[in-house]
Design a protein around this ligand. Structure first.
Ligand code: C2E
Ligand code: CA
Ligand code: CA
Length: 612
């Protein structure tokens, strides 16, 4: 039996790898013990004082019944061994008077002897191991010490598993806490932004609007000042629960700070649904709040912003909703206001926006920002991409996705495009001073701009005026140019190549994504769209696609730039997948030229650059 015992012990050591779950340890213990000991069944109960046992294991049905019986009756050798920390030996249950209730029931079911060993570690009691036999008689000393050895080893493993369990629970709790607001338990800003980001990406596929409702209580400060913070807190908790009652499945209610609540609604049928919700918020809050030491009433100002295009930036959408809320508040509160950038761009305001754009260039409202493009091999900034910004006198910064389509429709794109190219060359020139390490500048070119007569000669003029070597300029075009008129696109791209500029295929993978374009057109760089990069850590198909694109592009002597790298994980992925360069918030957001001067000066002096 010694040998068999040592077999069982070494088997334990081998199978009970560090993350073996508790139940499995117990099942294994009782299963094997019946094989090596002169007994008929075995059972284990782990005991938590004052609570039902969370873990019970048994070698068969009868043992399971005896374990449960002891727990039910609160009596039996198992409990005695647990309490005393000593083995309890009952070689003849009929003759033993210590557990009358248990004995009566167990004898009736054919049990004749029980030997129980405490599961303990140091002075910690975990439970007990019961060995059952259907015939009376003692166990010899070898068997007794073997049983206690098994119980001790199992106890050590159990403690380990217990510690791991506790750790997991507490780290899950910590994580949940940092994503939730401590007062109301609602998602906080971090979690909201995460969900909003996902909603935006999903909206790109479903084409359904996503709405953000930004609600801010009116008069909250005066309630806080009058009744004190505990009443204020109590009010916030009640507001949270009234708002929660308005949600549809899938909606998210978050608390940003103080009295700011935000509802994220996905999959809306139409924009009007969000306004209905805003009305319901108003009604839900209008009833008096009866709190423990005061009765108060509040109202809220609500701002709504919609997204629906996959390239909206979560923080921006939230900001839009905040702006709309603020406008509602300025009109006196207790109402809602809507900012719908999509609608605004497309409908009413489009006319005036169009009108405004006409003078934007001459009034000096256009700007360029630059986003660094960084080599994956050594982390050096090899170039920058110029991105257009329009500082509208009343609307604030209008992003290019709004401005460029307008400019294309009106034909202004030719002038604006020329201006961006010129500005980019001028800024490049300044950064280039004092270094031989050539900085590349990338400029986006829209389809209409590219197809316009004389585009290539415009480019040639600008390069000439700014003394820019064409090799350091990359023009970024999207696949859409091939759809409109691929013959003409082919001719223009070749003209541009003739000038010596570089060509990049932008947003690769979002459009018609035919890898065959790569073969036909004289492209030097492929820029992988950020939707693939965003999915790299979650979606295996994205990895496959990126791998294929990198392989093909490299095979044809093209470089690959990954766009929209936001996290360290995504960064590691694009390095691992052999992309040559990347850009994205992980290294840096687009910034005004002047803000990049320091970075460029470091670059010129050959200092290593680092992600800040
Ligand atoms: P794009 O060429 O794909 O430019 C990259 C866009 O992604 C920029 O948006 C940039 O701000 C954003 N971005 C950069 N890194 C990240 C990141 O890590 N995460 C996320 N989520 N976004 C990131 P932006 O500046 O709003 O430009 C939008 C688009 O407008 C550009 O997309 C480009 O197609 C067009 N555009 C910009 N400037 C010009 C221009 O001067 N002429 C023309 N024709 N189009 C322009
Ligand atoms: Ca681009
Ligand atoms: Ca792009």
């Amino acid at each position: 039996m010694k040998r068999r015992l040592s077999d069982v012990l070494s088997e334990f050591a081998r199978t009970l790898v560090t993350d073996f779950p508790i139940q499995a340890i117990l099942d294994h213990l009782v299963g094997r013990i019946v094989d090596v000991m002169p007994i008929t069944a075995a059972g284990v109960t782990l005991i938590t004082p004052g609570a039902k046992p969370r873990y019970v294991a048994a070698s068969d049905e009868s043992a399971l019944r005896f374990e449960q019986l002891q727990t039910e009756l609160g009596e039996g050798p198992c409990l005695l061994a647990y309490d005393s920390g000593e083995a309890v030996l009952v070689p003849d249950l009929l003759a033993d008077g210590r557990f009358p209730a248990f004995a009566a029931r167990a004898l009736a079911e054919g049990l004749a002897a029980v030997f129980t060993f405490p599961l303990r570690h140091g002075d910690q009691q975990l439970g007990a191991l019961d060995l059952y036999r259907t015939s009376p008689g003692a166990l010899d000393d070898d068997a007794l010490s073997a049983a206690q050895t098994l119980a001790d080893v199992a106890a050590a493993y159990l403690l380990n598993a217990q510690a791991r369990d506790d750790l997991r629970v507490s780290s899950e709790r910590a994580r949940a806490m940092s994503l939730h607001d401590a007062l109301t338990g609602l998602p906080n800003r971090t979690l909201l932004i995460q969900r909003l980001r996902h909603a935006i990406l999903r909206g790109r596929r479903t084409d359904k609007p996503v709405a953000i409702l930004f609600a801010d209580l009116d008069r909250f400060k005066s309630i806080n000042d009058t009744y004190g913070h505990h009443v204020g807190d109590e009010l916030l908790v009640s507001v949270a629960s009234r708002l929660t009652a308005l949600l549809r499945p899938g909606d998210t209610l978050a608390r940003l700070s103080g009295d700011e609540f935000v509802i994220l609604c996905e999959d809306l049928e139409d924009a009007a649904q969000a306004e209905h919700l805003a009305n319901r918020i108003g009604r839900a809050l209008s009833a008096t709040f009866v709190l423990s030491s005061a009765e108060v009433w509040v109202s809220a100002s609500v701002g709504i912003a919609f997204t629906g295009r996959g390239d909206d930036i979560p923080e921006q959408v939230l900001q839009d909703a905040d702006t709309a809320m603020y406008q509602a508040k300025r009109k006196g509160g207790a109402r809602h206001g809507v900012i719908d950038l999509r609608e605004r761009r497309r409908a009413n305001d489009q006319v005036s926006l169009n009108h405004d754009l006409h003078g934007a260039l001459s009034r000096g409202e256009l700007r360029t920002e630059y986003q660094p493009i960084v080599a994956t091999s050594d982390g050096r900034v090899t170039g920058v991409e110029a991105l257009l910004r329009w500082a509208h006198p009343t609307l604030g910064i209008v992003r290019p996705d709004a401005a460029i389509p307008l400019a294309e429709q009106s034909g202004l794109i030719m002038d604006i495009g020329r201006w961006v190219l010129r500005q980019a060359c001028v800024d490049r020139h300044r950064w280039q001073r004092g270094t031989d390490d050539e900085l590349e500048v990338s400029v986006n070119v829209s389809a209409r701009q590219l197809m316009a007569a004389a585009f290539a000669s415009t480019v040639a003029d600008v390069l000439d005026e700014t003394h820019t070597d064409p090799r350091h300029v990359t023009l970024e075009v999207t696949e859409s140019i091939f759809i409109q008129d691929s013959e003409r696109a082919f001719i223009v791209l070749n003209d541009l190549k003739g000038l010596g500029v570089m060509l990049a295929l932008d947003d690769f993978g979002t459009g018609y994504s035919s890898l065959s374009y790569l073969k036909r057109f004289p492209v030097d760089v492929v820029k992988i769209d950020r939707t693939f990069v965003a999915d790299l850590d979650s979606d295996p198909t994205s990895r496959l696609i990126v791998t294929a694109v990198v392989g093909l592009a490299h095979g044809m002597g093209m470089k690959v730039v990954a766009e929209g790298v936001e996290t360290a994980t995504q960064f590691r992925e694009v390095v691992a997948l052999d992309c040559d360069a990347y850009q994205g918030f992980y290294f840096g957001h687009p910034s005004a030229a002047i803000e990049l001067d320091a970075l460029m000066a470091d670059r010129a002096s050959g200092q290593p650059l680092r992600v800040s």
